[in-house]
Design a protein around this ligand. Structure first.
Ligand code: URA
Length: 227
């Protein structure tokens, strides 16, 4: 080796020399910065917040919610929730992962708890499970779990893969049961747990691994389709 590599000022010639984050590593006289690990943040997006970092209309944004923490890198939301929807929102600076997970083709499974006006009939439940018609094309079959049903209001958990604009609201609206409250309980492997509105936490390493498995599976499927 030509003596180009220095650790803490001393030339290192042994291959496989390990360093710790505090060590200063130079290559050809330039300091080599260690690659930063990506950030994966889980937010319980509160109601009344737009899923953008800036809002020309001056509404509260997810950047305002994140302000509690000092993020130096460019964090982007993975998909979006409506202004009037609360719940799990993943944010990351891992652009490649965000791209795959938001691409409509790779529909990540998402579960929402919807509070509806009225009570669904079994025929309406079956219609959603079969895949109902919407004005921008048929929706894929949804999974449904009725949590509570009264004559005037119901609580229903609905799981979908797609992420069309206001999809959950439009599905129930179409059946004559307007949504009066919507919370995302799960985004792929990430659940809401005990995170309160406006609270944020780092995704666990298990969650990040599960997200990467999802993204790799999506990419592998894409490569096969492309052959
Ligand atoms: N479906 C909706 O209607 N709104 C959301 O925010 C997410 C899914």
């Amino acid at each position: 080796m030509a003596g180009l590599v220095r650790v803490n000022g001393r030339v290192v010639r042994e291959l496989g020399t390990s360093v710790v984050p505090e060590d200063v590593v130079e290559f050809g006289g330039r300091i080599v910065a260690p690659a930063l690990e990506s950030a994966y943040i889980v937010m319980n997006k509160p109601l009344g917040v737009v899923t953008t970092m800036r809002d020309p209309e001056g509404r509260r944004t997810i950047a305002d919610v994140l302000k509690a923490r000092d993020y130096q890198r460019r964090i982007v939301p993975v998909g979006r929730l409506d202004y009037d929807t609360a719940g799990v929102l993943l944010l990351t600076d891992d652009g490649a992962l965000a791209h795959v997970l938001t691409h409509p083709r790779f529909g990540v499974e998402k579960t929402y708890r919807a509070m509806l006006r009225g009570r669904l009939t079994s025929a309406q439940v079956a219609e959603m499970q079969r895949g109902m018609k919407l004005d921008d094309g048929p929706a894929e079959p949804a999974q449904l779990r009725v949590v509570a049903a009264r004559r005037d209001a119901s609580s229903v958990d609905v799981t979908i893969h797609e992420g069309r604009n206001r999809q959950v609201r439009r599905m129930f609206e179409e059946l004559g049961h307007p949504v009066i409250g919507l919370t995302r309980l799960r985004f792929g492997p990430i659940g809401l747990g005990t995170l309160g509105p406006g609270e944020i936490r780092d995704a666990t390493s298990r969650e990040v691994s599960a997200l990467r498995v999802l993204a790799d599976a999506a990419k592998a499927g894409d490569d096969e389709d492309g052959e």
